[in-house]
Design a protein around this ligand. Structure first.
Ligand code: NAP
Length: 294
């Protein structure tokens, strides 16, 4: 297929590379030019304007947040120039409100809009092992299914209304930060009672909480290893904000999300925004008087 790819950050770079390797024609655009030039070495075609990527059979956006998607797609008036039949696969983690707004904007211009946020860090993206939550018009999803298959291990369909995929993604990321907070508080309690965080988290993530999320973040918390950032803490804060906004709009209290939101703010205020999300664990550890990150 002829695919445009917009947003070549930690996630977008390996995803675009996998599309090239799967035999698709891939035009790539990024705000800063370096990542697009690097992908040219494996056969992608860098384009100068985002509008040149917003063309072909499908275009994927994998931008940081609402502001980035707004600036590039709406600010850049990309919908106005979209060719007939193009499917926009929107894979960033964005707000439910923006997902609804984009759905309407695409409908008004006759462009198919599919929401497809993902679970999995950059290493999973590189291995084409993402779990992709997808929602939108069924026929449009069918058309881009080969693209999704080249990016992930499984596509989870959440119906015809795109925003529902974003709701599911935000719920998952809320549970992720809650898990990190829980492990960090347990580790702090252990350390203050002569049980090392490493042995405690190894036990708990092997015997009881065996999900990959617990194991990978548990190991990072125990080692207080927050660099390089696979998933930036600032993006985790963004996701909790979005979950709280959806909770507010839907009338569902999320007291744990409110607490973790403040802890993430504290981490950002201390300069940890560009570190890995695992650095959230340092908030609980520091409060227990334990040393800073290694
Ligand atoms: P990232 O490494 O920070 O990359 C962000 C991308 O957005 C870059 O291409 C950046 O361009 C671009 N961007 C930011 N602001 C922009 C603006 N105003 N205008 C144009 N482009 C802009 O983020 P990432 O980790 O790849 O994450 C991308 C999305 O996937 C996010 O929504 C994130 O929440 C979600 N996600 C991430 C993970 C993960 O583990 N990393 C997992 C699942 C989902 P520049 O290169 O020019 O800065």
């Amino acid at each position: 297929m002829d695919i445009g790819f917009i947003g070549l950050g930690a996630m977008g770079r390996p995803m675009a590379a996998n599309l090239v390797r799967a035999g698709h024609t891939v035009r790539v655009w990024n705000r800063s030019p370096g990542p697009a030039e690097a992908l040219a070495e494996i056969g992608a075609t860098p384009v100068r304007e985002a509008a040149d990527a917003f063309a072909g059979d499908a275009v994927i956006t994998m931008l940081a947040d609402d502001a980035a998607l707004r600036a590039v797609v709406l600010g850049g008036r990309l919908l106005e120039g979209a060719p007939p039949g193009l499917v926009h696969v929107s894979m960033s983690t964005i707000s439910v409100a923006l997902a609804r707004e984009l759905t309407e904007a695409h409908r008004a211009r006759g462009v198919a809009y599919v929401a497809a946020p993902v679970f999995g860090r950059p290493d999973m993206a590189a291995a084409a092992r993402l779990n992709i939550v997808v929602a939108g018009d069924g026929a449009a999803i069918d058309r881009v299914q080969p693209v999704l298959d080249a990016l992930g291990q499984k596509t989870w369909r959440f119906g015809e209304e795109p925003y529902r995929a974003n709701v599911a993604k935000l719920a998952g990321n809320f549970m992720l930060v809650a898990a990190i907070e829980a492990m960090a508080e347990a580790a702090a309690m252990g350390e203050r009672n002569a049980v090392s965080a490493a042995s405690l988290l190894e036990l708990l993530t092997t015997a009881v909480f065996t999900a990959p999320v617990y194991q990978s973040y548990g190991a990072a918390i125990a080692a207080r290893r927050y660099e390089p950032a696979g998933f930036k803490l600032a993006l985790g804060l963004k996701d909790v904000r979005l979950a709280l906004a959806a909770a507010d709009a839907g009338g569902a209290p999320m007291p744990v999300a409110s607490l973790v939101h403040d802890n993430l703010l504290e981490a950002v205020a201390r300069g940890d925004g560009e570190r890995d999300l695992a650095a959230l664990g340092d908030v609980a550890l520091r409060r227990a008087g334990l040393d800073g990150a290694r």
